[in-house]
Design a protein around this ligand. Structure first.
Ligand code: SF4
Length: 355
């Protein structure tokens, strides 16, 4: 009865250090960690001690006998991960270096952005005795995309907020909300008060499609922020009067948008979706969302967990164009490669969801 990591995994790696038999991979010192959507427990090595379970910030670890039928595929996924050729993924990665643990009295660091990247940066810096951190956040609340980017029907993933030190009252961290660098304070002013500045503010603004009609397209980032209650776009409205919506791109955000647009509104009402979005979606005429990607399923950017969230939904029918699935036959060698066991699982899952 091994323990199993499931789809809420944020690859935060908090569980890795406590495992007495080193069976959670990839680790931050392995190359595969950089691209990992999630971590895996080796079912054949796990001694079922349970030490990792309370460390997981998003409650994504369970013994296999506690998994609901919908989560059992994650045990198969873990078996697939460790059955493949892991030589490349297990090679030493570039993130092996630990921060210096020497006392640095008086070192002052500014962190710009109180989202996930800023949260992890601050958390690591606070491990260095003597460091003082000032975090500058333009919103009036911390946690950035954890709050305004993760879909409201994925509440488990939002639990990762608990690992960030913004609201813990740590005397070595000061949080400045409602302060925008470049507007309320300059980089030069930050440097005059700190020894270093870490920009963890992510990419801002939209990247318009450079095609005829591209200016008519809505920005997925704004739509996501809108249904998550971001006050900066609370006044936005989106045209939901048509039956068909085209989503350009097939990463996780694209599938989030497609899922929210097609979900039964009563199901959405049980989430923390923004009230104005719920009301608008309740009036929506959208019945079909066409997701358009450049290449086939094998190259699609969505994660295994994102596709699994569409399986067995009674309010959403997932339909694939047969020619898209046929494209994967052309890539059969890559899909079946021993070094890509997770790709093979993702393609197989997609075919199952597609019926
Ligand atoms: Fe490691 Fe124990 Fe967790 Fe198994 S249950 S992965 S042995 S910490």
């Amino acid at each position: 009865m091994p323990y199993v990591i499931t789809g809420g995994c944020c690859a935060d790696a908090s569980c890795i250090d406590v495992c007495p038999v080193d069976c959670i991979h990839p680790t931050p010192s392995e190359r595969g960690f950089l691209d990992a959507d999630m971590l895996f427990i080796d079912p054949d090595s796990c001694i079922e001690c349970g030490a990792c379970r309370p460390e997981c910030p998003v409650d994504a670890i369970s013994p296999d006998h506690e998994l609901s039928p919908g989560l059992l595929p994650y045990l198969s996924l873990a078996r697939a991960h460790f059955s493949g050729d892991r030589t490349a993924d297990a090679a030493a990665g570039p993130v092996a270096a630990d921060l210096p643990s020497t006392v640095r009295p008086g070192l002052r660091v500014a962190v710009v952005g109180a989202g996930a990247a800023g949260g992890y940066a601050a958390r690591e810096l606070l491990k260095i005795p003597g460091v003082q951190i000032d975090v500058y956040e333009r919103n009036l609340t911390p946690h950035g995309l954890v709050r305004f980017g993760i879909a409201p029907d994925h509440p488990q993933t939002k639990l990762v907020e608990a690992v960030f030190p913004f609201t813990t009252g740590n005397p070595n961290l000061r949080l400045h909300l409602g302060v925008e660098v470049g507007r309320h304070i300059t980089h030069a002013e930050l440097m005059s008060f700190h020894h270093a500045v870490i920009y963890a503010a992510g990419a801002d603004g939209e990247n318009r499609l450079q095609i005829p009609g591209g200016d008519l397209a809505e920005c997925a980032g704004e739509f996501v922020a809108w249904y998550n209650g971001d006050p900066r776009v609370a006044d936005r409205s989106f045209d939901l009067t048509h039956e068909r919506v085209i989503v350009i791109g097939n990463g996780n955000v694209a599938l989030d948008v497609a899922r929210i647009l097609t979900s039964d509104v009563d199901r959405l009402a049980r989430t923390d979706i923004a009230d104005q979005a719920l009301a608008a979606l309740g009036r929506s005429n959208v019945r079909e969302v066409v997701v358009v990607g450049r290449r086939g399923v094998a190259d699609a950017a969505y994660s295994y967990s994102e596709m699994l969230a569409l399986q067995d939904r009674d309010d959403i029918e997932v339909v694939f164009d047969a020619s898209d699935l046929a494209r994967d036959d052309e890539q059969r060698t890559a899909i079946d490669a021993p070094s890509a066991p997770l790709l093979k699982e993702k393609v197989a899952l997609t075919r199952r969801v597609a019926g």
